[in-house]
Write a protein that binds this ligand. Structure first.
Ligand code: COA
Length: 378
């Protein structure tokens, strides 16, 4: 909520690290289908006896039609596409070397710092917000803070696909109360690490990327392009329809180790049906409270999970079909990059904003969690 004595907070820079390697639907499906053939041959007797169901092939056509996804960037293509492995190969590093999430985050951070015209000395808080951290501690944020030469504090947080918008509100709150002057939010998402590439229903869903956002008090900002955080609203509603049971207690019950529920699993249809109306309602209510008409909106930078979901949400919020530039899509090229998706859309599609123009950045995902941030170009 806005309050007159709180200092204005702006987003003054964003950054994007895109992995060098990309996998097309055709490549992914070829690998999956080779694995299906190998599996069915290996289990031919059990399948013939009706003891095991035969695995069904995947299809690039289905993937594009059901999701809008055409490709995804990944940190290691070879390991994922090897039908005898189907897991990225990311060798462990010694403790005194930079972690892989740290490397991605530093690259994204540098672009955001350049845009915001902020040196490490000006930043005093780092929040790493993502679906999965590569280790529990020391926090990824503290390692990244050290790598950048930032003083102050850093911490990790996880609200799955909504991690970035939830972190933006934490940053805004810290700036408003004065506990920080300039906050760097980072979303290093290695989704290929928790995606089950042997699950036909979801093997195509995710990609890897890292985004960065710099927030600071408006009075301190010098960047060319600044976006005032007019309002932010967070909501969580418990659901098991998107779940990952990986955790430190897995070793306390050996029978569950390596089971598919220790990776991403979802009931996609239910997620679609339950999340879309909740997201549209949240944005509409927020705009109404702020006295902003849907016709006053130039753009929605929505979470990038599924093309039809975004079309449906935009249609409900605007009351008509969105023009392509009103709800830009990046999931065709990036797939679902969890918390980073809406930030990529914002990063790539905001330069045409004139002073005073308004957009909504919105994420949604596991939890369920929904975060919507109303932004106005200064
Ligand atoms: N290739 C070919 N066919 C496939 C397939 C694949 N890879 N995966 C599933 N199918 C088949 C199914 O077996 C089913 O066949 P049937 O009708 O004969 O039973 C059919 O395609 C439809 O499957 P369904 O899972 O109902 O597809 P869908 O239209 O719901 O699309 C998702 C699947 C995952 C793309 C979609 O549900 C979705 O995006 N949901 C929201 C997910 C989301 O946003 N999650 C948030 C994560 S942050």
């Amino acid at each position: 909520m806005n309050s007159s004595h709180m200092p204005d907070v702006v987003i003054s820079g964003t950054g994007l690290y895109t992995p060098a390697q990309s996998i097309s639907n055709d490549e992914l499906v070829a690998s999956y289908n080779t694995w299906v053939d190998l599996y069915n041959a290996e289990h031919a007797a059990a399948i013939a006896a009706g003891e095991l169901p035969a695995m069904q092939p995947s299809s690039a056509e289905f993937i594009e039609k059901a999701s809008g996804i055409r490709a995804r960037y990944v940190m290691d293509k070879e390991g994922i596409l090897d039908p005898r492995r189907m897991v990225p190969h990311l060798p462990e590093r010694p403790n005194d070397a930079a972690s892989i999430q740290c490397e991605m985050a530093v690259a994204a951070a540098r672009e955001a710092m350049n845009q915001a015209a902020k040196s490490a000395a000006a930043i005093d808080a780092v929040i790493v917000a993502a679906s999965n951290m590569q280790r529990p501690y020391p926090a990824m944020a503290v390692e990244i803070q050290h790598a950048l030469g930032v003083q102050g504090y850093g911490f990790d947080m996880n609200v799955a696909c909504s991690s970035a918008t939830f972190a933006i509100q934490q940053a805004r709150d810290a700036l408003a109360t004065g506990s920080a002057r300039c906050v760097l939010v980072l979303n290093p998402e290695i989704c290929s690490g928790h995606l089950n590439f042997r699950d036909r229903d979801s093997h195509f869903i995710f990609g890897d990327v890292c985004t960065a956002v710099i927030l600071e008090r408006a009075q301190d900002a010098t960047a060319d392009a600044q976006y005032l955080v007019v309002d932010s609203k967070l909501q969580t509603i418990y659901s098991n329809n998107i779940r990952n049971n990986f955790g430190f207690l897995n070793r306390a019950d050996e029978t569950g180790c390596g089971r598919p529920d220790k990776l991403f699993v979802q009931e996609g249809r239910k997620v679609f049906k339950e999340v879309c109306p909740a997201v549209a309602r949240q944005i509409s209510e927020q705009l109404e409270q702020l006295d902003i008409a849907p016709t006053d909106l130039k753009r929605l930078w929505l979470h990038q999970a599924n093309l039809s979901m975004n079309q449906l949400i935009a249609r409900r919020v605007l009351g008509r079909d969105p023009a392509p530039d009103e709800s830009p899509i990046i999931l065709d090229e990036y797939a679902n990059t969890s918390s980073a998706g809406s930030i990529i859309a914002f990063h790539k599609y905001r330069d045409d904003f004139a002073s005073g123009e308004i957009g909504v950045l919105c994420s949604f995902g596991a939890g369920y969690s929904i975060g919507s941030v109303v932004l106005r170009r200064r």
